[in-house]
Ligand binder design. Structure first.
Ligand SMILES: [Zn+2]
Length: 108
């Protein structure tokens, strides 16, 4: 495979060689001045930042209540984890290990 593949300008179709450039720089067409491609930085840095951001959002989503009900002065808040455990206690057919729930309330 060619280490410097060819790239065509989207506006004027001039052919250029794709060369490595510093992060954050932009390659421009030599004929019409249109942007050819962008170098956004190391992909590992971006992926690591996205993974860490996802982990932080996952932790926040599991800590704060998903739903909140108030009925006759009683407030009931449901988090994602409490909803999953309540459904497991109910022994619904969604449970992946058959009809038995982890709470042991299974009739079988
Ligand atoms: Zn061009």
């Amino acid at each position: 495979m060619d280490p410097n593949p060819l790239i065509a300008c989207r506006d004027c179709d001039r052919i250029h060689r794709h060369v490595a450039m510093p992060a954050g720089s932009v390659a421009w067409c030599t004929r019409c001045g249109a942007p050819l491609y962008h170098f956004k930085g190391a992909p590992l840095d971006r992926n690591l930042a996205l993974c860490l951001g996802g982990l932080i959002l996952f932790a926040v989503a599991n800590v704060f209540p998903l739903l909140s009900f108030e009925l006759q002065g009683q407030v009931r808040q449901v988090t994602l984890l409490s909803a999953v455990t309540a459904m497991a206690d109910a022994g619904g057919p969604w449970w992946p290990w058959g009809s038995c729930s982890p709470a042991g309330s299974c009739p079988c």
